[in-house]
Write a protein that binds this ligand. Structure first.
Ligand code: IDP
Ligand code: MG
Length: 137
């Protein structure tokens, strides 16, 4: 596996509890490098477009409201096998099922307010990085 990039979002529940530094620390300690980052408050249009693959799921409206409810730190992580490594560091979507020591096991509040987003494939990573950082070389 060669060097790869993935998109990370530290979600509103985590920024509200001042967990940005701790969560970035998990990525850096695992050997991922933050190559781009911005703190922002998503508009419903941005969040709706970003999560468009979930538009038919019952929680879509709740997800968009939640993602716009506070600041998020959007970043690009780079390293060996970055997509899978980030997913491993994050833990399962439902924090009750997340492995001990993972970001979601440690910090998530619920299955909805679960602290972090991470791209789930190399293909989606490329799309998501371009969505937030079209200028990134
Ligand atoms: P992932 O973030 O682990 O990839 P996905 O299934 O892609 O999980 O879901 C996207 C996001 O939608 C989750 O991170 C979570 O915030 C929210 N979500 C997923 N399942 C539920 C649910 O059953 N109820 C409410 N929100 C959910
Ligand atoms: Mg997902």
């Amino acid at each position: 596996m060669s060097k790869q990039r993935t998109l990370s979002i530290i979600k509103p529940d985590a920024t509200a509890r001042n967990l940005v530094g701790k969560i970035l620390g998990h990525f850096e300690q695992a050997g991922l490098t933050v190559v781009a980052a911005k703190m922002m408050t998503l508009t419903p249009e941005q969040a709706g477009q970003f999560y468009i693959i979930h538009k038919d799921r019952p929680f879509y409206g709740e997800l968009i409201d939640y993602m716009c409810s506070g600041r998020v730190l959007v970043s690009v992580l780079e390293g060996e096998d970055a997509v899978n490594l980030n997913r491993t560091l994050m833990g399962a979507t439902d924090p009750k099922k997340a492995a001990p020591g993972t970001i979601r096991a440690l910090y998530a509040e619920s299955i909805a307010a679960n602290a972090v987003h991470g791209s789930d494939s190399a293909e989606n990573a490329a799309t998501e990085v371009k969505f937030f950082f079209p200028e990134l070389k």
